[in-house]
Structure formats: C-alpha cells, structure tokens
Design a protein around this ligand. Structure first.
Ligand code: PEP
Length: 226
C-alpha cells in the first residue's frame, strides 16, 4: 500500500527535521511512504521515505516569481509531484488547461505523478460524480506509466468526514475501468478508518492530510492499515 503525506502549508524546516527523524527511526525500509513537505523544509538528505513536491511551475527555470521549476527539483533529486489538488484548483485557481500543461511537463520528464481528482458536495448530491470525474480525467493521458490517481472528494478533505467504504469502492472501481494506474483515496483518512479503507481491493493507497502532520499519528495510521 502507498501512504502519501500531504503536509500542505505546515512544518518549518526545523519541525520537519524532527518529523523526518521520527519517520526515519520508525519506518521499515520497504514501506511505500511518500512525504510532500513545504518547499522551505527541503534538504538534500537520505530519508526512508520518498520526498515529493506539492507544486511546481512547468518550466526549467525563469521569470516566474514565487515559483519552483525543474532545476530546483533536480537539485534535490525530487521526481515525484502532486498535480490537481483541489486546494490548488480552488484557492490558487489552477484551471484544467494549466493542469494539462503541468501534467505534460511532468510526464515529459518521466516524473511520478499523483494526479488528484474529486467532486464537490453539490456534484455529489446531484449524483453527477462519475460524469464529473470522467471529465477531469479526460484532461490527462491515463496510460502514462508513472501515474497514480488520487480520488479526493472535496467534501471529505479536511472535514473529518471521510467517504464511506462503499462510496470509495464504487468510485475507485469506476476509475479502474478507465486506467491501469494505481488508485489512492484521500479525504479525512485517519487511524480509525484506515482499516476499512485498506480492505478495498481497488484501493492501492491513501493520500493523507491532517492525520499525517504529526509523525506519530501518521506512523500509527500506517500500523493500523496492516
Ligand atoms: C488532502 O488534502 O489531500 C487531504 C486528504 O486532507 P485530509 O486528510 O485532511 O482530508
């Protein structure tokens, strides 16, 4: 199972050092753990987990104020990126067109991509989730070999209200008909509900926000998944 931690805009360089040390001393070498810290916390160090980028600008380098390009990720050896997170879609106004450009740039470089999709509450309540997700997924090459899709219903992100096991299974099965890429679920995953989520056969892992910000909480979640 893949365990991806999205630290979002949490952890300073100093607190991330501590966080990484706790994971390093408690994770098995063969665990498939990915951590996406804020850029300011990055260090060129060996970890027992893989380091990913929450964001990047689709450029080598250049006049893009406030952005991070391939040259900076290369220097840190980062080849795993998140694209399409709902917070970037909604708060930072990243459009389908821009996400396509980011996807194509990342794919051209052979990076591992976790591509996030998910519907809001109104779409969910109108029973339009599958149609909506199909449109989002039509934006990218679903046969890209280093792709992972994260289904993250917006109404479940950071709300403490995860989708039910049945809802997750139905949607992941639907996505599995469209792509052979591994599938993650994200949205209020925690140590209490991971056991049920881990049993879903089409679920290859989880993308965790809140419950990953404390290293011991995240380790506990990984332990409970087993
Ligand atoms: C996320 O932001 O990707 C996420 C799943 O957050 P949370 O676990 O807090 O719902």
């Amino acid at each position: 199972m893949i365990f991806a931690a999205n630290l979002k805009c949490n952890h300073t360089r100093e607190s991330f050092r501590e966080y990484a040390e706790i994971l390093n001393s408690n994770l098995d070498q063969n665990e498939n753990v990915l951590v996406f810290p804020p850029f300011s916390a990055y260090e060129k160090t060996d970890y027992k987990f893989k380091l990913g980028a929450q964001n990047f600008y689709p450029c080598e380098s250049g006049a893009f104020t406030g952005e991070i390009g391939k040259a900076m990720l290369d220097e840190l050896g980062i080849r795993t990126v998140l694209i399409g997170h709902s917070e970037r879609r909604e708060i930072l106004n990243e459009s389908e067109e821009f996400l396509k450009v980011k996807f194509e740039f990342a794919a051209k470089n052979g990076w591992d991509i976790i591509y996030c999709v998910g519907e809001n509450l109104a779409t969910n309540e109108a029973n339009k989730t599958k149609e909506f997700l199909k449109n989002q997924l039509n934006n990218i090459d679903l046969s890209y070999e280093n792709l992972c899709i994260a289904y993250e219903p917006i109404w479940a992100i950071g709300t403490g209200k995860s989708a039910s096991g049945e809802q997750i299974e139905e949607i992941l099965n639907f996505i599995a008909n469209l792509t052979k890429a591994p599938l993650l679920y994200g949205g209020s995953v925690n140590a209490k509900n991971i056991g049920q989520i881990a049993k879903i056969s089409s679920c290859n892992g989880v993308l965790v926000g809140t419950a990953s910000w404390d290293a011991y909480n995240f380790l506990n979640l990984i332990k409970e998944a087993k």
